[in-house]
Design a protein around this ligand. Structure first.
Ligand code: ATP
Ligand code: MG
Length: 412
């Protein structure tokens, strides 16, 4: 037997109806807030991610699916902010006088150890706003995210918020971190020893137990933030309060991608074990320039749909289309049901299915029950003679004889 590749999986009913609900809500909410969809390619030049995400991030050093294609190095996209920014620049959207608001839904690829909530192909829903520093937009992006999660009936989730500063204050903060960490370097994990030299901010993200006391003793970024960042962060919080969005301030929150500036946030959901981050995002005010565009500020989030779906209750799903199951009691009755009942019901937009398996009435009724239809229609010789059908309500159980001319009206 040929199996699906490790870390990938098939999604079908009944799980797929949860995906459909989540995706429909995502599209509706994006439309409500003025975002249009962008669909970018699944693969891109490797350099886009190396430059965009940061050379020493986990994604770029360990997780990318990269291959040689003739003379080109190509990578399956591990995230979609860098591709969206690439498209933004390539299509001249950075020349528009307006701001650009985009959303995407689609698969991403990372070569990590597969486990619950962590796959090698997974899907993200994300949004990006390019062209404004207005802190109200930071709040809007977060509000859209929270409203979307709420719409999927996930009950337990919380927002964590931080500011990671900008190119003015970050060097002062990272210099301070280096100064404090270097003398204790030997006591820290191998990753941190590397981070201290190459990207000290990422030490804050370390999950190794033994390193925590050292990290907890480090100063928070607050006292280093320059005036502009402070004002911006205060304003983001003001607008969040206006939208009644509650959050915890997490002074150690830094994201796993290097492009973030100022606002950074994460949403954590309950019941997911250690893979409990459902979404992350923040500002990236230098990324457009870094990727060759006109200086343009940006902010967005990416939400992991696989994890969100794990957190959604069973009741949150798109309803099935079939409302009526039709059971024929003889060969002649089957043809009658096929032509005179199934076809007109479908023509009138009533989802139905005739029982093709033609087993006993009892087996057919069990099948109808399993499918959760609202009605079954029974046809035998008697019904045919009268140009009628027997309609049975699956909830109440009551049965009535209805002329086939009235069936559509009755079922609508
Ligand atoms: P984690 O800390 O769990 O590795 P991350 O910081 O790598 O997450 P981001 O790159 O910010 O995650 O991606 C945003 C969201 O995408 C995550 O919050 C998560 O819900 C989802 N995600 C990331 N990697 C995976 C994966 N391998 N499988 C499933 N979902 C994922
Ligand atoms: Mg990760």
């Amino acid at each position: 037997m040929i199996r699906a590749i490790k870390g990938t999986r098939d999604i079908f009913s009944p799980e797929v109806e949860k995906w459909q609900l989540a995706e429909r809500n995502a599209r509706e909410i994006c439309a409500l807030y003025g975002y249009t969809e962008i669909r970018t390619p699944i693969f891109e030049a490797t350099e886009l991610f190396a430059r965009g995400i940061g050379e020493i991030t986990d994604i770029v050093t360990k997780q990318m699916y990269t291959f040689q294609d003739g003379d080109d190095r190509i990578t399956l996209r591990p995230e979609n902010t860098a591709p969206v920014v690439r498209a933004f620049v390539e299509n001249g959207m950075d020349n528009e006088p307006t701001i650009t608001k985009l959303y995407y839904i689609g698969p991403m690829f990372r070569r990590e150890r597969p486990q619950k909530g962590r796959y090698r192909q997974f899907s993200q829903f994300g949004i990006e706003v390019l062209g404004t520093e207005n802190p109200a937009v930071d709040a809007e992006v977060i509000e859209l995210l929270m409203r979307f999660i709420g719409s999927t009936q996930v009950l337990e989730y919380r927002l964590e918020l931080n500011s990671v500063g900008c190119s003015i204050d970050r060097p002062r903060y990272t210099a301070k971190l280096q100064e404090l960490l270097r003398p204790q370097k030997e006591k820290m994990c191998a990753d941190c020893q590397d981070r201290i030299e190459r990207n000290p901010l990422r030490v804050l993200d370390c999950k190794v137990e033994a390193d925590q006391p050292i990290i907890d003793a480090l100063p928070a970024i607050d006292e280093f933030l320059e005036e502009g960042c402070k004002i911006h962060f205060a304003a983001v919080q003001k607008y969040l309060a206006m939208s009644n969005i509650t959050y915890t301030r997490n002074k150690r929150l830094v994201r796993g991608l290097d492009y973030y500036t100022r606002t950074a946030f994460e949403v954590i959901a309950g019941g997911l074990g250690s893979q409990n981050a459902v979404a992350g995002g923040g500002r990236y005010d230098k990324l457009v320039e870094e990727l060759g565009g006109k200086p343009t500020t940006g902010i967005g989030f990416a939400l992991g749909l696989d994890r969100l779906i794990l957190a959604m209750p069973e009741s949150a799903r798109e309803p099935g289309g079939v409302k009526v199951f039709i059971v024929a009691m003889s060969d002649a009755a089957f043809d009658y049901a096929y032509e005179k009942i199934q076809a007109p019901l479908r023509q009138n937009g009533i989802g139905c299915e005739v029982d093709y398996q033609r087993r006993s009435v009892k087996a057919a009724m069990r099948q109808a029950d399993k499918r959760g239809v609202d009605w079954t229609i029974l046809v035998g010789e008697d019904e045919m003679k009268d140009n009628a059908a027997t309609l049975k309500n699956m909830k109440g159980g009551e049965q009535q004889r209805v002329s086939i001319n009235e069936l559509v009206e009755k079922l609508k």
